[in-house]
Design a protein. Structure first.
Length: 107
């Protein structure tokens, strides 16, 4: 299966602010604000000004869409002065919190 079709859920473009917090390697709480790039039922792609360690657990909050919860960092790559971060949500996004209708996943 090609990478284009290997995702479990379709992504929807969404631009909005997201606040994140996590504990660094020494146990100190770290906070940052990022920009959401796209969203799916099970995750988010965001841009942040600082890297977040791979496999970290983060708390997140996106007030505009009423999303608050936790996620694990599955992907981090530097893109110029920012970092592209892929997050897998601990709980799926409730239908009411999704900013626009997501297409149905083909069986």
């Amino acid at each position: 299966m090609s990478a284009k079709h290997s995702r479990r859920h379709h992504r929807a473009a969404y631009t909005g602010l997201i606040r994140l917090s996590w504990e660094d390697a020494s146990g100190h709480s770290t906070y940052t604000q990022g920009k959401c790039v796209d969203i799916s039922e099970s995750g988010l792609r965001i841009e942040t000004p600082c890297p977040i360690p791979l496999r970290s657990y983060v708390s997140l909050r996106a007030d505009r869409i009423g999303l608050a919860g936790s996620a694990s960092v599955r992907h981090v790559v530097r893109c110029g002065a920012r970092y592209a971060v892929g997050l897998e949500l601990s709980q799926p996004i409730p239908g009411a919190a999704v900013p626009c209708p997501l297409p149905a996943v083909a069986a």
